[in-house]
Design a binder for this molecule. Structure first.
Ligand SMILES: Nc1c(N[C@@H]2O[C@H](COP(=O)(O)O)[C@@H](O)[C@H]2O)[nH]c(=O)[nH]c1=O
Length: 155
């Protein structure tokens, strides 16, 4: 059965949201959420990126990241999927409890259930690209391989 998620407070799959309170270390900094990391990468190397990293909430990070007066890095469209992959993989590698939740979904389809985002989610008509869901599913396969590998080594 397809798994839908959106709000970070939903149990048990709210942890799939980038707004969930799971910190990660990447590129020499600690990020309060994967949303902080993702949004800051749009402005990497600028003061605006630092501001985003220090935002009090993921919503504030997203608001700052969507500020139309701030120019995006020029290659953003080309790199944004990789940025999201890095954020999501690191988040689920860091926190064993949510890694287990992700692995518990076996091979079910995972869909970000948002009517407003046709790229990262399923969008208004349900035909969106669901890139975040796809990245979560890919991360799941990767982590499954890693977990199996480490079990094999120790046992
Ligand atoms: N979950 C969630 C959102 N969706 C998230 O927004 C991010 C994409 O941002 P952008 O590329 O700037 O549009 C990505 O992490 C997507 O999952 N947006 C929200 O305003 N509230 C929320 O609770």
């Amino acid at each position: 059965m397809t798994i839908y998620f959106y709000g970070a407070d939903e149990v048990p799959y709210g942890c799939f949201s980038n707004f969930s309170a799971h910190s990660l270390e990447l590129d020499g900094h600690l990020w309060p959420t994967s949303e902080h990391y993702f949004q800051a990468q749009k402005f990497i190397g600028t003061r605006h990126a630092d501001l985003i990293r220090r935002a009090r909430t993921p919503l504030r990070a997203a608001e700052l990241g969507r500020d139309p007066s701030k120019p995006l890095r020029r290659d953003w469209d080309r790199v944004k999927d990789d940025v999201m992959r890095r954020a999501v993989t690191t988040k689920f590698r860091t926190h064993a409890d949510i890694r287990d939740i992700l692995l518990s979904t076996a091979d079910e389809e995972i869909v970000e259930d948002t009517t407003t985002d046709h790229y990262w989610g399923r969008g208004r008509t349900g035909t969106g690209k669901n890139m975040l869901g796809r990245i979560l599913m890919r991360t799941r396969s990767q982590l499954r391989t890693e977990v199996q590998g480490s079990c094999g080594r120790s046992g």
